[in-house]
Write a protein that binds this ligand. Sequence first.
Ligand code: SAH
Length: 215
Amino acid sequence: MEDTYRHKGLRRKLVESLREKGITEEKVLAAMDVLPRHFFLDSAFAELAYQDKALPIECEQTISQPYTVAFQTQLLEIKKRDKVLEIGTGSGYQAAVLGTMGARVFTVERQENLFHKTRKLLADMGFQNIRCYFRDGSKGLAEFAPYDKILVTAGADEVPQALLEQLKVGGMLVIPVGRRAQKMKRIIRKTEMEYMEEDWGDFRFVPFVKGTEPL
Ligand code: SAH
């Protein structure tokens, strides 16, 4: 796949539109400006890659809308070398935004098909700081815990206990919670025992599903 001047121009416009919609974190905007989103889509949808829209990927899943990716990433206050767990690898775009920002990313996907495809894509793109796992994310990824940040990119009915436990003290979990529509929650682990929860507004995600879906 190629990243042409035309793609770069469309991407610059998308980033400007995200700025107008209220995304202010320059590091997030810079990562989305360099990362070719069309690489993460089937060729049939590549033309639409730089519209601010969610689009279909395999296994009836979606690549999140760019605004949503920017919003969740901004909420995480990513610093270089942060250890980040993402639940819901999907296309890999969100993981790649985090990776471009210098985070060490562990990403988990329950659809084996997507897991294989995306792991290869991210490796081919040269991301050495992103590791992909085929797992049920409701259990987190205990062997590498604790994490500075945890991000869930599917709509969960409730906050999985394992994710709260796998967060560092001082760490943050960003998770959309709700059945049909979701409230974006940011949960900060204040001490071993105390968590503070913030509400960041309404979003819509594909459902968070327990268990894995093998090939
Ligand atoms: N971050 C992705 C968004 C993909 S949509 C991107 O940038 O493209 C959400 C993804 O979460 C889907 O691929 C879905 O299969 C996955 N998912 C849902 N429930 C899950 C769970 N319990 N564990 C791991 N992945 C899950």
